[in-house]
Design a protein around this ligand. Structure first.
Ligand code: GUN
Ligand code: FE
Length: 454
């Protein structure tokens, strides 16, 4: 090939078949018989039509024999983004769902989290949660760990080993009246957060980043919140926490921070609301608070399973979208009992229908909209949409290869269906048996390659 025609990107893989994703303009774009090329850095080099094979293969310098053809009933969707999950709580996922938030925290959660200074236990649980979520199609996860720095670093290492894109947060809390040994002094919290950030950044993991993680206003003093806001600002880091999940919590935050106008104002005052902030829940936020989210660029993580399981509230997603606040979905394991984002999709649809039952004027979410929340919306909520979320050229190839009729799987097809219906069936009825392969930044991370990383 003449020098001037030499492709600037080297292609590693090319796939041909149906691709379904969301864009800013449309919740669901179906590209049938498409051709997508991934370069050696794992980025999407091109996406075109199958009929353009000859021109594309010449332009990008691959041979048509290298193209992987999807089978009938298979399609690619973008990897799903879990914007809020507690990795240590995976150890009791599916149990302990009989109490409201604050009692649930002191009875079940804090005692379990306090065990994570034991690195052997942490290694077991963290390996399981990373594998389980990857297998279920979570290519990006925003994790809370515990207050223990070394165990939190271990979670980051495990995510890196298995190739999951993630934000990992060492939890900060200098206030805990219920389980008194599970907290830090403000000095410890600040120093250990700085050590966590420095050590994690020093590892130079390509897909794993630290996130500043005050647990929530109720378990932090104002002084600590202020320190964490400053650390995030000075290092240009992501921030995550919880907000306005449960009525009792909102009431106590008002009592603890009487000088603030609202729960949102508490975080705002301490510089914790930025365009790299994601706050879980927000079930009870006022319109004024949502306006402050919009103004600061902070986002919300909608965790419907948790909101129902802990009887916390029902987020009005329509109203959040009306305020143009960035929004993703989260599993919130173990307040949410399922680690699968497919469950988050279903519970988000159910919750929107509950609102419609209560108010006939309420416009329910469509499966297309919720699919967007689980993929592109989540990437926007985590400010990672320049890297992941859909199949735009230049983004990393984070993708799920789905087969709706996978042998032994949960879905029966009675008649031949179009791709949109196949996606709807997968979202409502599918599980990990339908997810044949998972890719993160072009690398196939599921099925797991043996030997399994330590
Ligand atoms: N608020 C503060 N901590 C937690 C937690 O671990 N889970 C949930 N759902 N809410 C919280
Ligand atoms: Fe949570």
């Amino acid at each position: 090939m003449a020098n001037s025609n030499r492709p600037t990107t080297e292609i590693a893989n090319v796939y041909r078949g149906t691709f379904i994703h969301s864009t800013q303009q449309t919740a669901l774009q179906v590209l049938e018989d498409a051709l997508l090329g991934v370069d050696i850095k794992g980025k999407i080099a091109f996406i075109g039509k199958g009929t353009e094979l000859d021109t594309l293969s010449q332009t990008f310098g691959f041979s048509s024999s290298e193209v992987t053809q999807l089978a009938q009933h298979e399609f690619f969707i973008p990897g799903m983004v879990d914007t809020h999950i507690h990795a240590p709580q995976y150890s009791f996922a599916g149990t302990a769902l009989d109490m409201p938030l604050l009692q649930w925290l002191s009875t079940y959660t804090f005692p379990v989290e306090s065990r994570f200074q034991d690195l052997e236990f942490a290694n077991r649980v963290y390996t399981q949660v990373v594998k389980r979520t990857l297998r279920n199609g979570t290519t990006t996860a925003c994790y809370f760990a515990t207050i223990h720095t070394d165990a939190s670093l271990l979670l980051a290492q495990i995510a890196n080993d298995f190739g999951q894109r993630s934000l990992v947060g060492k939890v900060c809390m200098d206030r805990n009246d219920s389980v008194k040994h599970y907290k830090e002094t403000i000095q410890e919290s600040k120093e250990e957060t700085c050590r966590f950030i420095a050590e994690l950044l020093n590892k130079k993991y390509p897909l794993v980043k630290p996130v500043v993680t005050p647990r929530f206003a109720l378990s932090c003093t104002g002084a600590l919140l202020g320190q964490l806001g400053a650390i995030a600002k000075n290092n240009n880091l992501h921030i995550q926490s919880h907000i306005s999940e449960n009525i009792e919590e909102v009431k106590i935050v008002k009592e603890l921070f009487p000088e603030s106008d609202s729960y949102t104002d508490v975080y705002h005052k301490y510089n914790l609301l930025t365009d790299k902030t994601v706050m879980a829940h927000g079930c009870h936020l006022s319109d004024e608070e949502l306006a402050l989210f919009k103004e600061t660029g902070a986002s919300l993580s909608h965790c419907p399973n948790s909101n129902i399981s802990l009887c916390s509230g029902v987020l009005n997603v329509r109203n959040v979208l009306k305020h143009k606040v960035k929004l993703g979905l989260g599993t919130d394991v173990a307040g949410g009992y399922s680690a699968s984002m497919l469950d988050a999709v279903r519970r988000a649809l159910d919750s929107s229908k509950v609102l419609a039952i209560q108010n006939q004027e309420h416009e329910t979410l469509t499966f297309e909209e919720v699919f967007r929340l689980a993929t592109l919306g989540g990437s926007q909520a985590l400010s990672l949409d320049d890297q992941t979320g859909n199949f735009e050229v230049g983004k990393d190839f984070d993708a799920l290869r789905v087969n709706v009729t996978a042998p032994g799987g949960p879905i029966d097809l009675i008649q031949s269906e179009g791709p949109k219906t196949l996606l709807e069936k997968f979202l409502n009825l599918g599980d990990d048996r339908n997810i044949l392969e998972v890719f993160v930044a072009g690398r196939k991370v599921v099925p797991f390659t043996e030997p399994t990383p330590e």
